[in-house]
Design a protein around this ligand. Structure first.
Ligand SMILES: NC(=O)C1=CN([C@@H]2O[C@H](COP(=O)(O)OP(=O)(O)OC[C@H]3O[C@@H](n4cnc5c(N)ncnc54)[C@H](O)[C@@H]3O)[C@@H](O)[C@H]2O)C=CC1
Ligand SMILES: O=C(O)CCC(=O)C(=O)O
Length: 414
């Protein structure tokens, strides 16, 4: 099986189950089982040494029955067509769960920005926007940051689009720097959403964040802000990791120190000799485990070794379908990605609303609105899982796909 084929296949199985439970027919499943549009582009980039290198990029638009599509752009060597397709399907579910007027989209470029100069990354970012320009735009499909992309890259992409559009178009993309129309709180929003999901999950298990032992895989945008929030709330963050390895201290790591030392790609463990592997990280004795890096990390091979009582997915697709079953049977409360990581797109929506109205909110207003949406979404999904005796992922898919399916039916698409 191609590296990410399982992500699409398992999502299709759960979407089918969710549609059956909602009473939709086979025609609806045929409509939503794949993205409606997938564009593959080849982007020639002049490298600093004068040669031209051609990169492959994708933009998938899952379904725009509800409204324009929305979702991040990932720069990573492992990006492939299946990964982008699955990620766009999950964006539809996230937007449905937190009730945003969007369908799901996602993009990616096969590249390793850690090996490129900043000028090469800028030329690649601008080239990508030119290549996908016909299918994106503030009322069509709105990109945002994801793995190894950040506010600077969003700024270059916005600038390139604005030049082509001949207007200043801040609503083309979200996750921008504040001075270019970015929203207060967007940089921390994915992590804050995960904190809210952890608080709600802990409450259901009679626990609190304070004094909990937490393990986090990934120390980038999602993982590092999350570690900081939890550390400040009195949790013991006993392990964190990046692509090179993991740091573990059963007495709790000094997160402020690690934040000072990490680089812009969320790498810090390379500065230490005493490390463990990402595989060992998942088996550590802890109360709360948060995968916040890449997909396919909790599988049949390690699901029985997980000691945490609560697993909250900040990353997209970190747990396979088989592992979801094992964790649920073992009584572990698993909060799925499409709910736990919806804070980022929620504040991206707030950013787009602020861009459209040209009036900007304070960080307190943004965070309050974010909390309201996520607590409501958690309550809905948790209650559905309890009343129907199903796992949280299936419950989240039922809530997430319902609005797109209803909108598609009204439009006469299925
Ligand atoms: N940035 C956002 O707003 C959102 C991000 N997410 C998801 O959260 C996850 C992390 O994204 P960001 O923090 O934004 O990315 P980032 O690029 O800021 O950080 C990625 C982190 O993952 C680590 N990593 C990369 N490859 C790895 C590997 N093979 N093994 C272990 N660690 C590895 C990196 O070292 C880094 O610490 C992704 O799954 C992303 O899709 C989900 C919702 C929104
Ligand atoms: O902020 C956004 O629009 C999208 C965030 C994203 O890509 C994700 O939730 O996976």
């Amino acid at each position: 099986m191609a590296e990410h084929e399982n992500l699409v296949k398992s999502s299709q199985i759960i979407i089918k189950d969710a549609l059956d439970k909602l009473g939709f027919d086979e025609g609806m499943y045929e409509l939503v089982k794949e993205p409606m549009r997938l564009l593959t582009v080849r982007i020639p980039v002049r490298m600093d040494d004068g040669t031209v290198k051609t990169f492959t990029g994708y933009r998938a638009q899952h379904n725009d029955a509800v409204g324009p599509t929305k979702g991040g752009v990932r720069f990573h060597p492992d990006v492939d067509e299946d990964e982008v397709k699955a990620l766009s399907m999950w964006m539809t579910l996230k937007c449905g769960i937190v009730d945003l007027p969007y369908g799901g989209g996602k993009g990616g470029i096969v590249c390793d920005p850690r090996q490129m100069s900043i000028h090469e990354v800028e030329r690649l970012s601008r080239g990508y926007v030119r290549a996908i320009s016909q299918i994106v735009g503030p009322t069509k499909d709105i990109p945002a940051p994801d793995v190894f992309t950040n506010s600077q890259i969003m700024a270059w992409m916005m600038d390139e689009y604005s030049k082509m559009d001949e207007f200043n178009s801040p609503g083309f993309i979200t996750g921008k720097p504040i001075v270019l129309g970015g929203s207060q709180g967007r940089d921390r929003s994915t992590a804050l959403g995960v904190v809210i999901a952890i608080e709600e999950a802990a409450k259901r298990r009679g626990k609190t964040i304070k004094d909990s032992r937490v393990v986090i895989q990934g120390f980038g945008n999602a993982g590092s802000f999350l570690a900081k929030f939890l550390y400040d709330a009195g949790a013991k963050v006993i392990a964190i990791s990046d692509a090179h390895g993991a740091l573990h201290d059963p007495n709790g790591l000094d997160i402020d120190y690690l934040l000072d030392r990490r680089d812009s790609f969320g790498t810090v463990t390379n500065l230490f000799e005493d490390t463990i592997t990402n595989k060992e990280l998942f088996e550590l004795d802890c109360d709360i485990l948060v995968p916040a890096a890449i997909s396919n990390q909790i599988t049949e091979d390690n699901a029985y070794d997980i000691k945490a009582e609560i697993v909250v997915e900040a990353a997209n697709g970190p747990t396979t379908m088989e592992a979801t079953k094992i964790l649920t049977e073992r009584g572990i409360l698993l909060v799925p990605d499409v709910l736990a990581s919806a804070g980022g797109v929620t504040v991206s929506y707030f950013e787009w609303v602020q861009n459209n109205q040209g009036y900007y909110w304070t960080e307190e207003e943004v965070n309050e609105k974010l909390r309201e949406k996520l607590v409501r979404a958690f309550d809905n999904i948790y209650s559905l899982a309890q009343t129907r005796n199903i796992d949280m992922r299936l419950a989240a898919y039922i809530v997430g796909i319902k609005r797109t399916a209803e909108a598609a039916r009204y439009r006469g698409w299925a």
